[in-house]
Design a protein around this ligand. Structure first.
Ligand code: HEC
Length: 154
């Protein structure tokens, strides 16, 4: 009886330790994944604000900072996809494993978003609607180009 108790206690302890390890690993990537998802949403919000200003047909200089936000995000983006933060992390994510198979290409697409958003920012600052409309389409295209290959269909 005592022997059984010891074995049982040992198993229970092992389960607790394994559980804590799992929670810790999930916590490490959980934060980075939640953070990048929030930043993506913010990028969508910035694009929405620019679209609204373009549709309204008024002054565009006020939304140049939104383009700046998208450009900064494009340059930072690759750093918030560390190895191990894909579906294998056990955290709910729409990041596909292909990101880490073709990390160079993924980084190029993120940098491309930064470059397109820079052009958009310049056009908005100049209050040039024709140039801003074209640059907005190109920036949106840069979002889509990456999602097509590296984000799960949602
Ligand atoms: C270099 C690749 C890449 C680029 C460029 C990119 N995205 Fe994403 N996006 C992703 C990936 C990968 C995910 C899934 C992230 C996850 O679930 O961990 C994602 C997720 C999202 C989401 C869902 C976030 C959530 O709440 O789960 C939105 C919204 C989004 N992106 C908007 C944008 C917009 C807008 C742009 C352009 C301004 C953009 N993305 C540019 C790769 C990219």
């Amino acid at each position: 009886m005592r022997r059984f108790g010891l074995i049982f206690g040992g198993l229970a302890l092992a389960a607790v330790v394994a559980g804590a390890g799992f929670a810790q690993a999930q916590g490490a990537f959980g934060e980075v994944i939640a953070g990048r998802q929030a930043s993506m949403k913010q990028g969508g919000g910035n694009m929405g604000a620019i679209k609204k200003a373009l549709d309204a047909g008024g002054d565009l200089t006020g939304v140049a900072t939104n383009a700046q936000g998208v450009a900064d995000w494009g340059r930072k983006m690759a750093s918030v996809f560390p190895a191990g933060s894909g579906p294998e992390s056990g955290v709910k994510t729409n990041a596909l494993p292909e990101i880490w198979v073709s990390k160079g290409d993924f980084e190029k697409l993120a940098a491309n978003l930064g470059a397109e958003a820079d052009k958009l920012m310049a056009a908005l600052k100049a209050n040039d609607k024709t140039a801003a409309t074209a640059a907005f389409a190109a920036t949106g295209g840069a979002c889509g180009a990456c999602h097509r290959t590296y984000r799960a269909k949602i």
